[in-house]
Ligand binder design. Structure first.
Ligand code: ZN
Length: 476
């Protein structure tokens, strides 16, 4: 039934293209494109399938850090979900991933001779070493940035816990910019501090607002620098610690973490595919990452990106659209603490000489989409801008250069591929990002579905019109 419908549509579309003169063809294309896009939105906004998929992934499987049994369950679950959709092909791509475990719930305590002791919420940073079962207690030295730390020098840092406390710059309207301005402390803190003889690191959580929850996230070590334990402290805890340091600079901080890195584990990217009927060798990827941090449920980061990507394939099938180019939904593994899945995918694409036309990633939360960011050349971007009027009625106004996503990043440079990031409203993302409160309940079905439909629309336009050559006004 479905197959016949596909063939008929392809035949009609092909015949119309041959018959029409170019200007009329463009008008016809605009009309048929806008009709298809409307159908995607009608379907997405009234369907609960994707939302129920998210419920299963977050509630039944839950947090799914690379190497965990839950990550393995998420692989098998997403494979089965796509198998049931009757796609042309569903397959797994092997990838070895790091296996870090958090261990016991962390303990963080301010110990002040003058002001008494106070518990604060901390979370070990991903990849961190533990403190040993006894924990670690030391004086604290607060800094805002690496320059300040350097100036203090070994004499003032040795034997202490370095407390990186530079907050988000809340004047940024796009919170990703605020994150970008602060996250160097989390990634580079432990190495910079250990070089000067520090015994531990505390990093102010990557969040806009004052909260009790701590935000985890990955950190890095260097082979030739001692690995010291590193934790994120809640923004409220950070403010309290900072205030107490002012009245008692001699206070100590006690931290206990039993996290550790175990041997790598075999895992998988999960891929579902609809073959293109006209240019099957040209591939459009739409994806998110299947792994999440081990706290919370990985709902906005990045359960929504995964179920939205699967939803793009469902919308194509449900609306009886056989794409001209091949469309793949990719659930990448290990974005959070290694990016091994994204690298593996690009490696295989290169080895097989696959031609990717575009890759779209949704990994900025399941919030109301505002547009897309594009990493494209001038000609490609001009062509995309020709589709602006088709997308604007759905609230997709921010169509800017510069974009992509961590998992699709390694594809950059392969055959002129255009890398695209879905840009949802960013105001609430860092309330939940990498925390125990990134849960299913915080996701709005409608907001998430607007993202699914927006991605389906863009996938469809790229599939129909391609991204290299052709008129900059195509689709207009
Ligand atoms: Zn993510």
């Amino acid at each position: 039934m479905m197959l016949l419908k596909h063939k008929l549509r392809a035949f009609v579309a092909g015949a119309a293209m041959l018959a029409a003169i170019p200007a009329v063809a463009q008008q016809n294309t605009y009309k048929s494109d806008s009709t298809v896009i409307r159908k995607f939105y009608d379907d997405a906004l009234t369907s609960y399938e994707s939302y129920e998929n998210l419920r299963y992934l977050t509630k039944n499987i839950g947090a799914r850090l690379s190497g965990s049994p839950q990550a393995a369950a998420a692989v098998e679950w997403s494979r089965q979900v796509m198998e049931k959709m009757g796609l042309d092909r569903v397959y797994l791509q092997e990838v070895m991933v790091p296996h870090w475990v958090r261990g016991d719930k962390e303990v963080g305590r301010i110990l002040s001779g003058r002001n008494g002791s106070q518990e604060v919420n901390i979370l070990a940073l991903g990849s961190s070493v533990g403190t040993g079962a006894q924990g670690l207690s030391a004086q604290v030295i607060e800094v805002q940035n690496f320059e300040e730390l350097e100036k203090l020098g070994k004499k003032k840092v040795k034997g202490k816990i370095v407390f990186f406390n530079r907050p988000f710059d809340n004047k940024h309207v796009h919170t990703m910019a605020a994150y970008g301005g602060a996250v160097d402390q989390r990634g580079g803190g432990p190495v910079a501090a250990a070089k000067l003889g520090a015994v531990g690191v505390l990093v102010r959580s990557m969040a806009n607002d004052i909260q009790d929850v701590a935000h985890t996230g990955n950190t890095r070590y260097a082979d030739d620098v001692e690995k010291i334990p590193a934790a994120a402290i809640s923004t409220r805890g950070a403010d309290e610690l900072s205030a107490m340091l002012k009245s008692d600079p001699e206070l100590k901080f006690y931290m206990r973490m039993t996290c550790e890195t175990r041997p790598d584990v075999l895992s998988y990217n999960v891929i579902g595919e609809i073959k293109g009927f006209e240019k099957p060798d040209e591939i459009i990827v739409v994806g998110g990452h299947l792994d999440s941090w081990d706290v919370g449920e990985g709902a906005h980061d990045d359960g929504t990106g995964c179920v939205q990507s699967i939803e793009v394939l469902r919308l194509l099938k449900e609306q009886g659209i056989r794409p001209k180019r091949t469309v793949r939904a990719v659930m990448f593994m290990n974005e959070e603490n290694g990016l091994r899945g994204g690298r593996k995918y690009a490696e295989e694409a290169k080895a097989k000489n696959e031609k990717h036309v575009a890759a779209i990633e949704s990994d900025a939360g399941g919030f109301t989409p505002r547009g897309f960011g594009f990493d494209a050349n001038d000609e490609q971007f001009a062509k995309i801008m020709g589709w602006k009027d088709l997308l604007a009625p759905y609230g997709l106004h921010e169509m800017n250069r510069g974009g992509g996503g961590a998992d699709i990043g390694p594809l950059k440079g392969q055959n002129n591929v255009v890398l695209i990031g879905l840009r949802p409203d960013s105001q609430r993302y860092f309330d939940y990002h990498h925390t125990e409160i990134d849960t299913f309940e915080t996701v709005s079905r409608r907001e998430m579905q607007l993202g699914s439909a927006g991605m389906a629309a863009l996938v469809y336009l790229i599939s129909e019109h391609g991204l290299n050559g052709g008129s900059a006004k195509a689709g207009k």
